[in-house]
Design a protein around this ligand. Structure first.
Ligand code: FCB
Length: 389
């Protein structure tokens, strides 16, 4: 029984440091979670304690049949104070990479996943021109770790990050319709920082790109021009900036309707997930097609999934997302991998309520429990389960 995604297709799951490691105390997000009067509902705390339990997490991923693990290096740990690079923290990530090798898992590494060191953000963050040099200096410090990775992602979802800058939002608000317009200055420096990082990562011979999160805007009759203007700073500019990279990565979960008055939330009548987003599995295939059409590059799905307490619905969503991707491949899309968000239930930028994981854990003991969806995806990856089952 085959699923025809082809030999060499990358099958894996993704996480991000701040969302699973716990106690990321030198990061800007930690500061924000604990600021007096913060609008963030819940702090990250110990998260899934994956900082100490990564070996078990990698083992669970490998045992399911998945063969790739995307995780992020945490800049706030590696450079907790400007100019001080922690050898011990670099060693920590070196051990994680070695652990992947022991389990036959290929790492894909994200250099920046939403969090920055607190000192960086307090000193102007991505709104300052010197952010480009500061990020490049960090990338140089981690270069010796990167050659074990099959792919490196520079900055996760720069389009959402540019919308988060200036806003105090998190969780379910992490989509264009609920966020402020992207900060144009930050947009410019994020793109410049990406380009510097691409050069640096290429110097160690690893494929490099960045994951953009297209929003699957669709227009009401008459709102087509509005859609174009709305989409350009929110996604297109970041996809155009990927031209010339080794690949383009995409992450998508839902879609957004654009009316003559702008974006509107999904109506009450449609099924919604725990983030309040419309249940819409074709989103990722539409995102992949758009990214390829703009860049001409091979495409990697670096995140896709659903926040739900009903694991059977997670399987339904993922099956339909993969079917839609498979149909795009039949129509010529050069797609070379699928990484599910997320390996673990995690801190969804303000709340633990939206559960995206293939694995859950006990908040007191941190004991892991794989969900049926982990075995299901592993079987699809191994080609022993078809998408028609
Ligand atoms: C993406 C983020 C990821 C996670 C998912 C649900 O925007 O990259 O950290 O929050 O959404």
């Amino acid at each position: 029984m085959g699923h025809d995604f082809g030999d060499g297709f990358i099958w894996g799951a993704a996480t991000a440091a701040h969302q699973i490691e716990g106690n990321n105390v030198n990061s800007d997000w930690w500061a924000r979670e604990h600021a007096p009067g913060t609008p963030i509902p819940e702090p990250s705390g110990d998260a899934a304690d994956s900082y100490h339990r990564y070996a078990e997490d990698i083992r669970l991923l490998a045992e399911s049949g998945l063969t790739s693990y995307r995780f992020s290096l945490e800049w706030a740990r590696i450079e907790p104070v400007e100019g001080h690079f922690s050898r011990a923290e670099l060693d920590h990530y070196r051990r994680m990479i070695a652990c992947c090798a022991e389990h036959g898992v290929t790492p894909l590494l994200t250099l920046h996943h939403f969090t920055s060191p607190r000192w960086f953000t307090e000193d102007g963050g991505w709104r300052e021109e010197r952010s480009v040099e500061r990020f490049a200096r960090y990338v140089e410090a981690v270069l010796p770790l990167l050659d074990a990775a099959s792919h490196v992602f520079t900055i996760n979802e720069p389009n959402i990050l540019a919308m988060m800058i200036g806003g105090e939002k998190g969780g379910e608000e992490l989509q264009a319709g609920s966020l402020p317009a992207p900060d144009p200055v930050a947009t410019r420096y994020l793109i410049a920082a990406h380009k510097r990082a691409v050069e640096l990562v290429r110097s160690v011979g690893v494929a490099v790109g960045w994951p953009v999160a297209p929003q699957q805007f669709f227009a009401d009759p008459g709102a087509e021009e509005m859609l174009k203007q709305y989409a350009y700073p929110r996604e297109i500019v970041f996809l155009e900036a990927a031209r010339g990279d080794d690949f383009v990565a995409v992450q998508a979960y839902t879609r957004t309707r654009i009316t003559l008055d702008g974006p509107v939330p999904a109506p009450e009548t449609v099924e919604r997930t725990l983030t309040g987003w419309e249940y819409y599995p074709p989103a990722i295939a539409e995102a992949a097609r758009l990214a390829h059409d703009i860049t001409g590059l091979p495409v990697l799905v670096s995140e896709n999934g659903i926040a739900t307490a009903d694991d059977a619905r997670r399987i339904d969503y993922t099956r339909d997302a993969l079917r839609a991707l498979r149909a795009e491949m039949d129509a010529g899309l050069p797609l070379f991998g699928y990484l599910h968000w997320s390996l673990l239930d995690n801190y969804e930028w303000g709340s633990y309520k939206p559960t995206f994981g293939l694995v859950s854990w006990d908040p007191e003991t941190f004991a892991r429990t794989p969900k049926p969806s982990l075995a299901w995806l592993g079987e699809v990856a191994r080609g022993v389960r078809s998408l028609d089952d």
